[in-house]
Design a protein around this ligand. Structure first.
Ligand code: FMN
Ligand code: SF4
Ligand code: SF4
Length: 253
């Protein structure tokens, strides 16, 4: 087995690593940003995927990755992990249905509640203690799911028609436009920005460039919140007006 993940602040990476440690300690997880990944996928029949839910939908970068490489999924056996701050309905089912259409066999799904990566909305913030508990619980749940999968009884969270309806009416229909395209809504405060270039270096979409010594955003943002959570000057926002607390998995281990 190999792991495939996309992760803005490290939650989905952490969860897939916990799953793989229990399932097969020699198995590796690769980000969809890793150039080696396509070769690795061709070499393995058993896959586990992990990604964050965005507005009860898939991040655009994940959708595009799966579609662009549609020929890779036929006959693969795939277990799907969706991480989320609160609720997603069919977080795992979203990718499961796409992969099934491309010929994959879905073995199961798992939903893991983690710290919310949206760092510029105060209402979504929890205490560090609460986030530490969430991460510890998710790690245990991922290991249990791996154990069950190994023993032929994988969990089926997010898979099937009941979850599909919960996802659709939970919030996906309402927020559908937010994840349909990449966005141009990222805001960079040029008075705060020192031009250090960290945001541009970490962006999976190469959406940020340095112009005249200041960061500038384009229209290809996949809303992963990585740059927002890493900027040393808290100069970047997307959904809210001010960065409340920069969240990264390392803060909660
Ligand atoms: C743009 C955006 C939208 C989100 N929408 C949801 C949502 O609909 N439901 C939810 O439970 N969490 C939502 N979240 C929270 C993330 O899914 C959650 O924090 C996830 O674990 C982040 O994982 P990562 O660090 O691997 O990117 C959203 C996060 C972002 C950045
Ligand atoms: S990380 Fe922050 S300070 Fe550094 S270039 Fe980007 S916006 Fe400016
Ligand atoms: S601009 Fe920031 S939030 Fe958008 S994709 Fe790049 S790193 Fe992620």
């Amino acid at each position: 087995m190999i792991g495939i993940y996309f992760s803005g602040t490290g939650n989905s990476k952490y969860c897939i690593e916990k799953f793989l440690q229990e399932y097969d300690s020699g198995a590796e997880a690769f980000s969809i940003e890793n150039e080696e990944l396509l070769i690795k996928i061709r070499e393995h029949e058993d896959l586990v995927f992990s990604y964050p839910v965005q507005f009860s939908n898939l991040p655009k970068i994940v959708k595009d990755f799966v579609d662009q490489h549609h020929q890779l999924w036929k006959n693969k056996r795939v277990f799907v992990i969706a991480t989320m701050g609160l609720f997603s309905g069919d977080g795992a089912g979203l990718l499961a249905r796409m992969l099934h259409q491309h010929g994959a066999v879905i073995t199961g799904g798992l939903h893991l509640k983690m710290p919310d990566s949206i760092s510029d909305e105060k209402a979504l913030k929890r205490s560090i203690e609460k986030n530490r508990h969430l991460v510890a619980d998710a790690g245990k749940k991922a290991a249990e799911a791996a154990y069950k999968t190994k023993n032929g009884t994988p969990p089926q969270e997010g898979i099937g028609p009941f979850y599909h309806l919960a996802g659709l009416f939970g919030q996906r229909l309402y927020f559908y436009n937010r994840t349909k395209h990449y966005t141009d809504q990222l805001k960079i405060n040029t008075h705060k920005c020192t031009g250090c270039g960290l945001c541009a270096a970490v962006c999976p979409m190469k959406n940020i460039t340095l112009v005249d010594g200041r960061a500038k955003s384009g229209n290809q943002c996949t809303m992963c919140y990585r740059c927002i959570n890493r900027c040393p000057r808290q100069a970047i926002t997307l959904l809210g007006k001010r960065v409340v607390e920069q969240c990264r998995i390392e803060n909660y281990l």
